[in-house]
Design a protein around this ligand. Sequence first.
Ligand code: PLP
Length: 458
Amino acid sequence: TKSNSSHISDIAHHLHPYTNAIRHESVGPIVMERGEGIYVYDDQGNRYIEGLAGLWSVGVGFGEKRLVEAARKQLDALPFYHTFAHKSNGPAIELAAKLAEITPEGLNHVFFTNSGSEGNDTVIKIVWYYNNALGRPKKKKFLARTGAYHGVTIASASLTGLPNNHRDFDLPAIPVHHLTCPHFYRYGQPGETEAQFCDRLIAELEEVIAREGADTIAAFIGEPIMSAGGVLPPPEGYWARVQEICRKNDILVVADEVITGFGRLGTAFGSDFYGIKPDLMTLSKQITSSYQPLAAVMISDEVYRVIAENSGKIGTFGHGYTASGHPVATAVGLENVKIIEERGLVANAAAMGKILHQRLAKFRDHPLVGEVRGAGLLAAVELVADKDSRAKFPEPGKVGGWFFNRAHSHGLIVRNIGDALAFCPPLIITEAQIDEMVKAFEITLDETATWVAAGMPA
Ligand code: PLP
């Protein structure tokens, strides 16, 4: 059949991102064919709830005709034109203005890239250029956090704080210091309160700055809520204190909002949720609901001004991608942002987020569940071997992986991050659909518990 030959061909020729190739040869792909709202359908006719919005991306849901039409119209008019050396195009101009309007105050300048990784590489270059322009070339180091995800290019993967992104690639390749992951459940010490944990994180930040010298540290980069690292909200007060210390030491604050942007937490941006006033902000994914590849770096007036005024002196800002400001991608982005506004999807994320967390709360009593966490339409349920001691399973990711596969047969796609199961459904989800998603989750969880109790048979 068609599907069998395409499955065989995929195995023969396609090396997938973040996929064990040998295992792929034995299990083969799930080939997705179409989508509608929060659902996707594979080539065998199976329907799935996309509980992760197709890798944290498809905010307005699948099958949105307005986005198709926006792309088609732009393809007809002008399928491509670059934005190098004073050229521009209507959709890029309009989207840049729209982003300046909706992002936090002071972020009024936009640099477009194709992916979040390239966005964070661009952040690094902007920050370095900025400090060179200010005559302080030693101020180059980034502060990031263990557990952070900032992308996979050589520089952005250096910022990422996950072992498998460094181990096999001789990274980090840029000066970066990874601070303690701000996840109390895992990184809090015995007997420590969450407030004391927060104090310890802040003391560490101050100590690192004192030891290494503020004159060597350029920027602090963080996701408002770490997402790909496991959906890890920081302790209360963390962001305000981090921000204050950075300001005091002339360290730029970068909010990586590739996942938390465009309403995910029930606020316009994750920075709004935590009161962060970033100097730079990285956006992608929900900027187009991933109907087109696009990312954007938001730049403060002040950083922009230094770059603009010095580009004559130290040389033109020598950075940019062929497809920076791609007219089709930005046309789709613009229409997508309009849909989010017109349909009130930020408010829907806030309301549905509350319901999602209410529904997930009951799993706190489940014997396999260690922690339920998140904010807005971003959540995770972490499975543990022992509830009281918080002990992980001996082989991390095995139970989560089993759950992930099993969930498919109940028509549910979630993501297992080790043994934590992440939710990030499309922003359009309804209460009835949350119940449907949580029901499929519950069935899978009970099956997983039975399987674990039976000694995890192969
Ligand atoms: N930053 C964050 C917070 C992300 O979650 C991701 C991807 O998941 C990236 C950056 C990298 O984006 P991309 O995969 O588009 O390169």
